[in-house]
Design a protein around this ligand. Structure first.
Ligand SMILES: NC(=O)c1ccc[n+]([C@@H]2O[C@H](COP(=O)([O-])OP(=O)(O)OC[C@H]3O[C@@H](n4cnc5c(N)ncnc54)[C@H](O)[C@@H]3O)[C@@H](O)[C@H]2O)c1
Length: 263
């Protein structure tokens, strides 16, 4: 894989301070898909550290610490990045899970939950996708080129009993992505989703602490008997983000070791 930036494309990756987002930012550069990267994370030090890593790979990179659920902050950061790098060509809506509060444990039974518990899940997994897409898609349409990739979850496709609001918010993001794809295809802008199964990242650190029996039980639902890696996710995201994927839009690609099928 090439280790120097060969593209002038500008990418914004949300939640890129660790896990799938960090790996995606790195691979966009290594694969020559983006040469300028706006590294978003709510945690400023994480964003700065990844921006430094990307500079080490020969890319131009800026850290953009904002909360994707804060519409005005998103618009301000995108305007600043655009002034520095030019318009955003590639948006990876990756920030997710339970948002800035960190990765929450299983939600309580939905019928016992307090509606106030739903807000962080809907905010980062749905509203955040709207905010970031809204901030960049007009420019993509104007310039006649854009790639939007939204990271959803198998929870959105299959329905996770312990993550029901998360499942719904991610499914909402997928529906939104299909609709945006319909609206922008004629302008050279594609919009697709990648649906992840259980993937080893800081959010799922419990995978590394799991005993063999628990791991085997979880993996019994997977055709490929290992957990996913951030590199597995990033490979699919980079595919949709690349120039060559221009005739693929409104699709959801499961990256899930065969946990479920897309027919
Ligand atoms: N890891 C998995 O097993 C898995 C499975 C299915 C889907 N996903 C999805 O993949 C994406 C990446 O997950 P991950 O496992 O790499 O997570 P992670 O928690 O390791 O990393 C996410 C990063 O996003 C940042 N972030 C969180 N809320 C934010 C906000 N509101 N604004 C800006 N930044 C914010 C966090 O600070 C963190 O650095 C998420 O959308 C998640 O829902 C992950």
């Amino acid at each position: 894989m090439a280790s120097t930036a060969t593209s002038t494309r500008v990418a914004l990756v949300t939640g890129a301070g660790q896990g799938v987002g960090r790996q995606t930012a790195i691979d966009l550069v290594r694969r020559g898909i983006a040469g300028r990267v706006v590294v978003n994370d709510y945690v400023a030090e994480r964003a700065e550290a990844v921006a430094n890593e990307l500079r080490g790979l020969g890319a131009e990179a800026i850290a953009a610490p904002f909360d994707v659920t804060d519409g005005p902050a998103v618009r301000e950061a995108v305007a600043k990045a655009t002034a520095e790098f030019g318009g955003i060509d590639i948006l990876v809506n990756n920030a997710g899970n339970s948002g800035t509060a960190g990765h929450a444990q299983d939600q309580s039974l939905f019928w016992e939950s307090d509606p106030a518990e739903w807000t962080p899940w809907i905010g980062v997994n749905f509203t955040g996708v709207l905010n970031c897409t809204h901030a960049v898609v007009g420019g993509m349409v104007e310039r006649g080129y854009g790639r939007i990739v939204t990271v959803i979850s198998e929870a959105a496709r299959v329905g996770e009993p312990n993550y029901v609001v998360y499942s719904g918010a991610k499914a909402g993001a997928a529906g939104f992505t299909r609709a945006i794809g319909s609206a922008t295809g004629r302008h050279g802008v594609t919009a697709n989703c990648v649906a992840l199964g259980a993937t080893r990242t800081p959010a799922t650190a419990q995978i590394d602490e799991m005993d063999d029996k628990t791991a085997r039980r979880i993996l019994s639902g997977y055709a490929v008997k290992r957990f996913g890696e951030a590199t597995d996710a990033a490979a699919a995201i980079c595919f949709f983000a690349g120039e060559d994927a221009g005739w693929i839009t409104k699709q959801t690609l499961p990256v899930n070791g065969g946990y479920s099928n897309a027919l």
